[in-house]
Design a binder for this molecule. Sequence first.
Ligand code: PEP
Length: 256
Amino acid sequence: MNRRYRKTIIAGNWKMNKTPTEAKALIEEMKPALSRCKWCEMVLCVPFTDIQNAVKAARGSKIAIGAQNMHFEKSGAFTGEVSADMLKEMGVKFVIIGHSERRQYFGETDISCNKKVKVALAAGLRPILCCGETLEEREQDVTMEVVRKQIKIALRDVAAEDIKKVVIAYEPIWAIGTGKTATAEQAGEVCSAIRDCLRELYGARAARAITVQYGGSMNAKNAAELLAQPDVDGGLIGGASLKAADFAAIVDAANQ
Ligand code: PEP
């Protein structure tokens, strides 16, 4: 983390978990512990159906509510989809874009991510843009190339004045939901390469102000070590964001 130049953001990704009633109860349970948070921003990216209850439950706390996906069109014949304006009106502040599960199961591409990032920003939402390599790509030693390509395509034509609103989440696919965490050195190395890429695209000043998170089996035990890396500015957390005590422990690690 480098608090001098950028915000630390701890974001939970609940994936397809929790009914609206359960969402309300979990946020109520989290609120007291999360009120200790001084330095970082906290976000909970909940299923669409939980947004209304989550926004209400989080009111008066420092927790912002995010979504896990959106469509890039404003409206129209896209059965089952949700637009950026719809999310915005519900009180959503952040939206995950290009999570590896969406790329793997729902055909998300770098090009569709690029459309979504631009539309999210235009609607006043902050995109959490995910990138990361497969195990095979890591073993073939092409991690940096893969991540650079993902970032460069997804950020094409994103204006310089908007780039600080974008959060990048580096999530090695082999570490998501597997209990296998990247070492702090691996996470730090790729997050630093991402910042180099952002520097090439937007200049040094903008690059140092952008929050770059790590995601992939981050938990109460490994958070402090991962967050101690200078270019790791927070986490995108799946499993451990579904338990109040675990999520609070990660937030506490970010506040040290
Ligand atoms: C995620 O869903 O983005 C994630 C990192 O999941 P987990 O923390 O469970 O690996």
